[in-house]
Design a protein around this ligand. Sequence first.
Ligand code: HEM
Length: 508
Amino acid sequence: MRQTFGTPPIKENLCASLSSVTVALCLITLLLIAIRGRKSHRKSQLDHTKYLPLPGPTPWPLVGNLLQMGDQIHLSLTHLRLQYGDVFKIRLGSLTIVVLSGYSTIRQALVRQGEAFAGRPDLFTFSAVANGTSMTFSEKLSPEGLGSSCLLEEQVCAEAAEMVKVIREQAAAKGDQEKTGIDPVRPLVTSVANVVCALCFGKRYDYNDKEFLTMVHINNEVLRIFAAGNLADFFPVFRYFPSPSLRKMVQHIRRMNGFMERSIEEHIHTFDNKYIRDITDSLIELCEDREENKDSSLLSNSQIIHTVIDIFGAGFDTIIAGLQWSLLYLIKFPDIQDRVHQEIDNHIGTARLPRFSDKPKMPFTEAFIYEVYRYASYVPFTIPHCTTRNVSLNGYFIPKDTCVFINQYQVNHDVDLWADPDTFRPDRFLGPSGLLNKELTEKVLIFGMGKRRCLGDGLARLEMFIFITTLLHGLRLENVPGQELDLSTDFGLTMKPRPYRITISSRF
Ligand code: HEM
C-alpha cells in the first residue's frame, strides 16, 4: 500500500522549513541543537588539561560577545582572527561557539578530522537519491538525443534560453531601456526556480503560472525577512521573544508546505516505479521500499516533504545570489565581459547555445565565476558544524557537541593566500599557459569542504556557467547611464548585492 502524507506538526514544520529556504537557514536549527547541549555518550579520549585554553574575546555577562559582533558579523569575526588566530571561541548568550579560519586549519578540521567535525542533523537521503534512480542526477542520455548529455542539461539550458527571451521581451516592452534600464532579478528568480522545480517535481512552470509565482513570491518573502540581517536571524535566544515578522514567516512557510504537499500528493497518485521522474519519485520509491521492509526504515512521510523542501531551498537562493553578483561585476568591469564574449565566440560561436561540455574549454569564464565566488563570498559561513567527539585542533581542546562556525569569507579574503584580495581579478586563477590553476581554485571556499560539503556543488557550478554564458552569448550588458554601482553588501545568511539595473543590446 502506498504511503499517505499527513501535514507535519507546525513546530517540526517550522524547523525543517527554515533550514530549507536557504542553506544558511540551517544555522537556526543547528544552534538550537547546540544550545540543547546534548550529553556525551562516549568517554573522552583526550585529557583536556594537557591543551591550551581556547583564546577569544572576553564575554560580557548574559550577552557574551553578542554586542561586539556589530552588524557585519563576517567582518567582525575576520577581524578577531587577526588577534586570536585560526581557532578561537566566542560566547553568544550562554552558547559557546568555536570559530575556525585559515584554509589549512579548516582543511585540517573538515577533511583530516572530518568525522569529528561533521556533526549536525542529517539531511539524509540526498546522496541516496543521487546514487540511485534519479534521472536528473545520473548522466543518462536523453532519449531524443537533442545534443544534451542528460536530462538535467536539457532543463538547465532550456531554462537559461527562456530567461534570455524574457529579458529581451522585458527590454522591448520598456522602450527606453537604454536610458532607464531593466531589473534582471525577476527573470533570474523564475528561471532558477524552474530548474529546481524540474529537479524536485519533474515539471517546469509557465512564467505566468499563478501558483508558481505565488510560491516564488513566498520564498522571496521568507528570505527577505531572514535577510533583514538582524541577530535574531540566527541567534536562537531571540526567537523566544514575540516577533511579528516571525509570525508572518510561519504563515508563509505553511503556504509553502501546502504547495509542496499538493505536489507530492500528485506524485503519489501518478507514481510508477518503472519510471522515476524526479527527486520526489525517488523519495516515494524509498518510502515504498520501507513499507516492504519495515526494519530498514529510511524515511518518514514528513521527512519526504522536508527533504524536497530542503533541496528546493538549498538550490534556489544560493544560485540566484551568485547570478546577481555575476551580472553586477559584468557591468562594473566591461573589459572582463569582453573577454568572456571573446571566449564564447571562440569556443561556441553563434550557431548554437552553450552546453555543459563547453565549461572545461573556457578557462577565463571559469576563472570569472571563481572570482565571483571568492570576491563576493556571498555565503560567508557554512551551515554550522558540531563536534561529534572531543577533539584537538592546532593544540586546542574542543569538547564534543561544540558548535563550530567556518569563516569562508576570511579564507577568500586572506592576504597571505591572495595578495590583493580586495581586487576583482579573474586572471589570478589562470596559469602562464592560460589554463585554470586548480591548486588555487581549490582554495576558494563557498561550498564548504569535507564530509558536509554542499551536495549541489556540481549542479550549482554547471548552472552558473550555463546561465552566464547563455546570457552573454546573445547579449551585451551595460550599466545604466549615471547609475553608481555599489559593490558592498550587508551581512546575511546568503548575501545579495544592492538593487541595480542593467541595459541590454543584441550582439548579433
Ligand atoms: C552557488 C550555489 C550554492 C552554494 C554557494 C552552496 C553552498 C552551500 C554551503 C556553504 C553548504 C554548507 C556546507 C557545510 O556546512 O560545510 C551547502 C550545503 C548543502 N547544499 Fe548547497 N550551495 C549551492 C547550491 C546548491 C544546490 C543547487 C543544491 C541542490 C540542488 C544544494 C544542496 C545542498 C544540500 C542538500 C546541502 C546540505 C549538505 C549536508 O548537510 O550534508 N546546494 N551548500
